[in-house]
Design a protein around this ligand. Structure first.
Ligand code: MD3
Ligand code: FE
Length: 212
């Protein structure tokens, strides 16, 4: 399972200012999983609806001083969970430190995320090609951490219709997106069923952003 890049912890460039840090978070997988379960005990995973009223296949929750929300009125960041009215759970120090370390390894020093969106994929769940443009400052990078079942990540360029590349993301992989890649189109193919020793039938993805 462990490939040479993972074993040697060699960063893999995907595009300009986009690199995978294979296995960067692997030693912390257990602690990350425990933290996800704790957060979702307070702010449960839910399938949000798009502006057009379609339920997304990916279930989501957030931690931090802001959380990403989608409903019939659109996408935005909110200080509280609309399902409960309570503030989003605090971002665990482990999350913040790991995201900062990943960003710094990729050349983004002083990354100060205020939100961690947690995506949960069950078999068949997918995310269509999109850009992340709900944040205030596109000069800030996005750091992603994958946990559980592997998934095929699709990334393209700055237009929806250009060529795409596919790369499999494994549990423990960290990806940092900044600079020219910050507004690249990207998505996730339908999750193949399987059983991960830690996460069972799920894939989780944490994305760290400075939203506000
Ligand atoms: C490339 N999540 O939550 S993470 C998302 O695996 C999202 O759940 C995917 O796309 C997931 O918005 C992909 C990798 C990722 C995250 C943000 C990016 C790639 C990105 C922002 C710009 C370009
Ligand atoms: Fe995205």
């Amino acid at each position: 399972m462990t490939d040479l890049f993972t074993a040697l912890r060699t960063p893999v460039a995907l595009a300009e200012h986009a690199q995978v840090l294979p296995g960067f978070a692997a030693d912390l997988a257990d602690a990350l999983h425990t933290a996800i379960l704790e957060i979702s005990a307070t702010a449960p995973f839910r399938r949000m609806v798009t502006q057009r009223g379609h339920a997304m296949s990916v279930a989501m929750t957030s931690s931090g001083s802001a959380g990403w929300v989608s409903d019939r009125s659109g996408y935005r960041y909110t200080p509280a969970d609309p399902e409960t009215g309570a503030p989003w759970p605090a971002m665990p120090e482990l999350f913040r430190k790991l995201a900062q370390a990943g960003a710094a390894t990729s050349g983004f020093v002083d990354f100060a995320p205020d939100t961690c969106l947690i995506n949960r994929y069950d078999p068949g769940a997918k995310m269509g090609l999109h850009q992340d443009r709900d944040e205030a400052d596109f000069a800030q990078p996005i750091v992603s951490i994958s946990l559980g079942l592997p998934a095929v990540f699709v990334f393209g360029g700055l237009t929806r219709t250009g060529p795409t590349r596919k790369v499999t993301l494994y549990s423990g992989d960290v990806v940092v997106w900044g600079g020219a890649s910050r507004l690249a189109f990207h998505g996730i193919d339908a999750l193949k069923p399987g059983t991960d020793p830690l996460c069972g039938p799920h894939r989780y993805n944490l994305t760290f952003r400075k939203a506000l």
